[in-house]
Write a protein that binds this ligand. Structure first.
Ligand code: TRP
Ligand code: ZN
Length: 322
């Protein structure tokens, strides 16, 4: 069964309806049409994110790299082409987009920010992913995977015509691979009054590792629990993310006091036998043997991990933002 996120009043109505049904279930057959049907208007189930659509974005990022010297790295043409691809999709879907420029290593970098119109401007929920690759390859697991999942989640918000309680914002960061440069530039550009409006930031960096683990950041308890609840519903065990320790863009937000969370399927660290028992895969082998290598291509993806984590991204946005 699909997990549904209900607002508190809707949940109360449904719980009440179940209790009424329960009274009749024990005895005689329930009389027809006695219990009032709860209005379904506020039953806000997160959509199932299409793996096909997410993978189509990976294919596009792969083509962009191939057409631009084999990478999508900071300061290279494949990076700006990646920004323009994502921006085109978001603009067509009704987002308000902006491109923020910064300089690192003598080259211009770009962050792409997309706002979904509406929601409480004093309660911002943001999801993001780094869009740059290293220079050695196309960067499909690292991090076309997170970029595509965040893009498809944003497009799902648009398709749902969502009118969330919170203001939803999505971000694609430049120059993460140079040391979280783009996300730090973005956070630094926010006046402290703007930073105070953030309810949370959700990060998606490497979420389709070919020999995957299911790691949840443990920085903020509410965000952490939201992701854990999603995976519990799938019957997939998770572990706390420990390979990172501030090694991705959430650190830029956490450093200024914004609650953060996120998902990760593992990089160069080796999968243990205990982890293979819970998740399958190959022990004694890295979660991503192509981490920062030229073999980080569209073949370097676990479809199962990418699908689960993309759905988890949407689940969290709906659960925390709607
Ligand atoms: N951010 C790193 C990179 O892009 C990858 C990474 C290593 C990571 N450890 C992590 C990402 C933990 C998220 C969490 O190269
Ligand atoms: Zn990387």
């Amino acid at each position: 069964m699909k997990l549904a996120t209900l607002t508190a009043p809707a949940r109360a109505v449904l719980v009440g309806a179940l209790a009424i049904g329960g009274l009749f279930a024990a005895g005689a057959p329930a009389p027809a049409a006695t219990a009032p049907t709860p209005a379904p208007a506020k039953v806000l189930a997160a959509p199932d994110i299409s793996l096909t659509n997410v993978k189509a974005h990976l294919t596009q990022f792969s083509s962009i790299a191939a057409a631009n010297g084999g990478n999508r790295a900071h300061g290279r043409p494949g990076y700006l082409a990646s920004v323009n691809y994502v921006k085109g999709k978001l603009d067509a879907a009704g987002f308000t987009t902006s491109v923020q420029q910064f300089t690192s290593g003598g080259r211009t970098g770009y962050n792409l920010i997309a706002d979904w119109p509406g929601g409480d401007p004093n309660q911002i929920l943001m999801a993001g992913a780094h869009l740059d690759s290293v220079t050695t390859g196309a960067g499909i697991n690292d991090n076309a995977s997170g970029s595509a999942a965040v893009l498809e989640t944003a497009l799902a918000v648009s398709r749902a015509g969502l009118q969330p309680t919170k203001h939803l914002r999505f971000g694609w960061w430049g120059a993460e691979e140079l040391g979280l440069v783009g996300s730090r530039a973005y956070v630094s550009s926010l006046p402290s009054a703007e930073r105070a409006k953030f309810d949370g930031y959700l990060n998606f960096d490497m979420i389709g590792s070919p020999n995957p683990g299911y790691f949840v950041y443990d920085d903020d308890p509410t965000i952490e629990q939201t992701f854990k609840t999603y995976f519990a519903g799938l019957g997939v065990p998770t572990e706390i993310e420990t390979e990172g320790d501030g090694r991705s863009d959430h650190a830029s937000f956490k450093n200024v006091g914004i609650p953060v969370g996120g998902l990760f399927t593992g990089a160069g660290r080796t999968k243990t036998t205990a982890q293979v028992q819970k998740w399958g895969g190959t022990s004694g082998q890295a979660f991503d043997r192509c981490y920062h290598s030229s073999c980080d291509t569209t073949a370097n993806i676990s479809d199962t991990a990418l699908n689960r984590n993309s759905d988890a991204a949407a689940y969290a946005i709906w659960a925390l933002g709607v």
